[in-house]
Ligand binder design. Sequence first.
Ligand SMILES: [Zn+2]
Length: 426
Amino acid sequence: MHAELLAPGHRISSLTGLTPAGDVGETLCFSQGSVAAEAETDPSGLTVDATDWVALPPLADLHAHLDKDYTWTAFGEPEGPLEDAIACWAEHGEHHTYRAIKAGARRHLLAALHSGVTAVRSHTNFHLGDDPLRGVRALAELRTEFAGVVDLQVVMAPGPWDGPDDLGRAGIPLGPDLIGGFPHLADDPAADLERCAAFAEEFGLGIDLHTDETLDASSVGLLQLAERTRHWPAGRIRSAGHCVSLSTQDDATRARTLAAVAAAGVSIITNPLTNLYLQGWQHPVATPRGIPPLREIMEAGVTLAAGGDNVQDPFNPLGNADMVDVACELVTAGHLTPAEAWHVSSHGGRATFGLPPARGLVGDVADVVLVRAAHTAEALAERAPDRVVIRAGRVVAVRRRVVSSVLDPHSPSDPSSVPTAEGAMQ
Ligand SMILES: [Zn+2]
């Protein structure tokens, strides 16, 4: 069977004719849900001709806000920096129902899955109005619904405005995976970070904090987070999202901070789409990018992941749940190579999430995204539309570009107007 005929449910023994990419050569064999040597292949599945396709590590979105997705129009089509987005959320969030939260989150997860994202970590606020835990509950239910297809981690994120931790304690039985927070928005960021860390410790949970989401160089929450968690057990997650102020600090401060972050095992999650949008409104020229120094972070030995952050909500009117768009921005605005950008958006995310590697090496989980492209750079540049998502050796999602035209593609009359039929499935 050719790869373009694959459908969800198909079980695969081997992919042949692949264009080599990363750690994967021309053939990729599976057995019992893992990558296997050719001689050990389970013969009960399909042998697939994957000529013209590359097999890339599956993508991981480590910073989402599923509880806010697709609210931009309903919330009045706001524009502006972080403070304005927060104010808009405070004004409209009370009317964002459990039903709407769950529908938007499900739409996001389906779009993510079809683009090759098999792991999502999402924050959720406590919501204004009745039933403040409706976001935590909706996401916990979706975590079960998508189990085995998209791994979902739920970050219950009490803000400094939420007062004492009573609400957080009420949310613990819903099973949040991690505790979140927004210390840089508190009057006393260090005290708020301490509150979040102590609350997580009380329940033996890890943390993923919004950290230093500001161009103000004096915001040093990242260093404080490293110092606060460096004695935690090695397996307990500690992540810092955004880390925008790292892009405005001097060499010595950055070096000291990143050394502490590496030593403490804190992973950094960069969110280029949202921070390019939210930061810099006061700088119409030479606009700061809001993206931390990505290669410097990796060279310091820190695990770097990426997130799509906001999808069509007050914090970003765009965003589409496809980590390929995020990876493109890691190249364009973050100055990583295409291979580095895919690495951060896949391996970096999986490591931060706590998932086993999916490099395509023998013994790795048989999770891969097949992309119809000549190489990683083309997969990014073209936002390659044709993708087949494989988990444990089984196809779980297929996305295809369908093109059609009223023009006769064989007509010689005006060759310049002939659309491409490459990838057409009709
Ligand atoms: Zn966020």
